[in-house]
Design a protein around this ligand. Structure first.
Ligand code: FMN
Length: 181
């Protein structure tokens, strides 16, 4: 039997954006627990390709400066504000094993992020979302990534008081299931 409670938890998962964060700082222990959950994602041949570079406190400013440089045409005031309101910024990274197709490494890393995201449901006001800034691949140098490593995006993590209601209309999944009996 399906665990209905878990189904509801999964359906409650949502993106919470930095504009909704309060600047409150989470303990590193909370972040460690989230990343421990991330580490339980599945991976083909157990390559476990995900790894994370976590920024908080002063280091967030350095990362924000680098992110601003990625897209010089965009004002960096917005990015600085987002970083200021967030508690931790997790750089979502992948290490290619070459043992499985690259897309499988990306899929596994995304599942690791999904574990973080689902862990935030009913967490007493911890929220987050995945952001993929333009030219994120150029962050490689700042993050000191090796040739076989890549940063896929940022996971903003923060504490909110209340969340704005977003009307997210999910497609009707029945329209996209073809049953063969
Ligand atoms: C791989 C990935 C990349 C994303 N990148 C961005 C992004 O760059 N900017 C953004 O506003 N949202 C981004 N999102 C969040 C989506 O916009 C969000 O998941 C979607 O609106 C559905 O909302 P929900 O997460 O609350 O269900 C990303 C989500 C995923 C899975």
């Amino acid at each position: 039997m399906i665990n209905k409670k878990l189904s509801f938890q999964i359906r409650k998962r949502r993106s919470v954006y930095p504009s909704e964060f309060t600047k409150k700082k989470l303990s590193d222990d909370i972040v460690k627990e989230l990343l421990l959950n991330a580490n339980h994602a599945p991976s083909h041949k157990l390559t476990q390709p995900w790894f994370f570079k976590v920024f908080s406190g002063k280091s967030k400013e350095k990362l924000a400066t680098e992110i601003s440089k990625l897209n010089p045409l965009k004002s960096n005031t917005n990015i600085l504000k987002k970083f200021e309101l967030s508690s931790h910024i997790i750089c979502i990274c992948l290490r290619e094993s070459k043992k499985v197709p690259y897309w499988e490494e990306i899929a596994s890393t995304a599942m690791a992020v999904q574990n973080i995201w689902i862990s935030l449901v009913d967490s007493k006001n911890i929220g987050g979302y995945w952001s993929t800034p333009k030219n994120i691949s150029k962050l490689k140098y700042f993050l000191k990534l090796d040739k076989n490593e890549e940063c896929l995006g940022l996971f903003y993590l923060g504490v909110y008081d209340k969340i704005n209601n977003r009307n997210i209309k999910r497609k009707n999944i029945n329209d996209d299931i073809i049953w063969h009996n």
